[in-house]
Design a protein around this ligand. Sequence first.
Ligand code: EPZ
Length: 428
Amino acid sequence: MEKYIIMGGNPLSGSVRISGAKNAVLPILAASLLSSGVCVIKDVPRLRDVHVMKEVLEFLGCTVEWSGSTMKIDASKVNSIEISDFLMRKMRASNLVMGPLLTKFRSAKLSFPGGCAIGSRPMDLHLKGLSAMGAIIEEKFGFIEAIAKDGYLKGAEICLDFPSVGATENIMMAATLARGETIISNAAKEPEIVDLQRFLNNMGAQISGAGTDIITIKGVDELSATEHTVIPDRIEAGTLMVAASITKSNIKIENVQAKHMEAVISKLREIGIKITEEESGLRVIGMEDLKAVDIKTMPYPGFPTDMQPQMMALLSIAKGTSIISENIFENRFKHVDELRRMGADIKVEGRVAIIKGKEKNGLSGTFVNASDLRAGAALVIAGLAAEDATIIDSIHHIDRGYENFEQKLRGLGAKIIRVAETQRGLEK
Ligand code: EPZ
């Protein structure tokens, strides 16, 4: 497997442009199934997860053209309603095609999405919502089969037990072609859901309320193709801001929407990082003294769980003891053991991590392994500040969510290269 080799200790400088948001483009690609024409999506990041969603759409019979950062999806010849186990296991977010298939083609069949490194990640909230709309759902032989009982879905009032992002998106998409009005309460409020509403309404849907906890969808007869530019990736932006913070750098982040990042910006400022809004972006200046802080991950607009590992790497060299509570996923501390190998002083008790910042002789480079996407990003961040070389294995996890990651970091002056497994000389 490919690895990163990072020589730490280099301050970063210059500017970097943020790519389109992975967690916005995935539901939008799934939603393109709802039209019978050719949707054109711009600012699509070249990520492994987007390649998988393209495979899913092609498996269903779509024709997908992807050049540069523009993707054209022709959904006029969809001829299947089933997603194979192989594809589902590649990426849980493949389950986002369930709502569109069910409401447009009256049925959907997908293998039960496996858990992943950060948790079991069930779909019960998705299925409860779809069955409230009249879907008959059967789970057997590891597959979930859903059929619109009367040949169509009906509007319903659905209250989510938890503001699940995926469940909100699947139910929203299913409701666009249902008969009647659907109201989702306790809906997730992420910016990616607002972007999905914008895309669907441009296709002719009648949705309001995305970004609040009550979303109303009036069913229509059909949706047409449209063109859409994806919002910037707030988690990539946050990750690069933390990279600048830990290396005490001064960089400019371009193509970023600060209003999507209030919790992250506020926490970084509390730590002592200078963040100012400039023409077309954010200026981030890492300061000498980093202050320990407490973080609780929460649904949006609270502190995002997808930024938790990266912040833990930063806090491992802050002054004082920080406490991080992970309230979204049951098992999102896989990066702790790897950070410990680099010298971090972290103790985990259930869903709480206690980080004793090492102000002096911070982190030291060594061999570490990326267990999942954001854990991998945290190890890159730690490697940028660590003494000597850090070798990170299994970086295919990082490729799922960061476009041209090493190129962007090298463009800022970081010493990072990607090497193939077989390349000798990795032994220190
Ligand atoms: C989305 O995942 C994101 N992925 C995740 O980003 C992100 O961490 C997560 O939302 C939370 O913000 C995409 O958008 C593609 P959830 P999703 O449904 O939709 C439980 C990344 O790093 N739950 O909001 O799967 C679930 O187990 C990824 O980019 C149920 O119990 O997240 C979890 O504990 C990682 N039943 C919590 O809710 C359900 O039916 C949040 O899950 C659904 C979810």
